[in-house]
Write a protein of this length. Structure first.
Length: 278
């Protein structure tokens, strides 16, 4: 069973999504389940995980409602106020919302590059384990060193790195610091990683298979096939590719793996890590 472990829905409003700039015209509109469902079907993907794109409980609740109304949305990675002193009460309020399978904070937009090490944030993270919630790590390459320290504080939390930690993808250089730190992070068995969000890290969103190959290879070297998850990052990915082309790119990157290893990346790992209902 193939699962897209990373996509988004939104009701577009410029005030709510300030990161969508003038150059992002193709995604400056609404994206709802009805837009995605036929795309998934065309690629033989049976389900997806909807991931937050706005740091509000309003959006988290809306995504959960969409999952409750659309069987192909297998889970939601939402936002919760992890730095809030009342986080325990908030988590209790979501205890019976089974579609909430994970939590994410947009770390890479924080002005403090050490935000991930803040005491109040870490206190909130520590509260996730009893609720069996995964934490999705959204960072740039520059945050990897701090992220290693962060993960070491929470050995009982399941972490998933989004977008292979957003390396600086460029045709003339390879981000060696990213590779070194990603491999070090991957030594922690409670960390997995999504093969997603790569095309939008290329200059002007221009890419080809050759450009991305060393990044696919590094992710495979670091995490192996049992801790990698396919993700599209749709509709953000539309800035640099269509859904089918990204499917082809991932297929090409994985074609030397065994069928069982490919099946793990395409869906079984997402099912296991996020404990998705089948």
């Amino acid at each position: 069973m193939k699962i897209d472990s990373h996509q988004h829905f939104w009701k577009y409003d410029a005030n709510d999504y300030p990161w969508i700039g003038a150059e992002h015209l193709v995604i400056k509109r609404d994206f709802f389940p009805g837009n995605l469902k036929p795309i998934l079907k065309a690629s033989d993907i049976v389900g997806c995980i909807a991931v937050q794109a706005r740091q509000t409980l309003e959006e988290t609740n809306w995504l959960i409602e969409l999952a409750e109304q659309n069987a192909f949305i297998k889970g939601v990675v939402g936002w919760l106020p992890l730095c809030d002193l009342q986080i325990d009460q908030t988590l209790e309020q979501y205890a019976d919302r089974s579609h909430l399978v994970g939590v994410r904070h947009i770390i890479h937009d924080e002005p403090d590059d050490q935000f991930i090490l803040r005491a109040d944030f870490n206190e909130g993270i520590s509260r996730l384990a009893p609720h069996d919630l995964v934490y999705d790590i959204l960072i740039f390459e520059k945050h990897l060193s701090a992220t290693i320290e962060f993960v070491d504080r929470h050995p009982n939390i399941q972490f998933v790195v989004d977008h292979i930690a957003k390396p600086k993808i460029h045709p003339d250089t390879f981000d060696q610091n990213w590779k070194t730190n990603l491999i070090e992070l991957a030594r922690r068995e409670n960390v997995s990683c999504k093969l997603s969000g790569m095309v939008t890290e290329a200059p002007d969103f221009v890419w080809d298979q050759q450009l991305l190959t060393p990044y696919f290879e590094t992710a495979l070297e670091a995490f192996g096939p049992n801790r990698l998850l396919f993700g599209s990052d749709w509709p953000v990915s539309l800035l640099g590719t269509d859904y089918g082309k990204w499917i082809d790119a991932v297929n090409s990157a994985l074609n030397e793996l065994s069928l069982d290893e490919q099946a793990a990346i395409w869906g079984k790992n997402a099912q296991r890590i996020y404990k998705l209902a089948t």
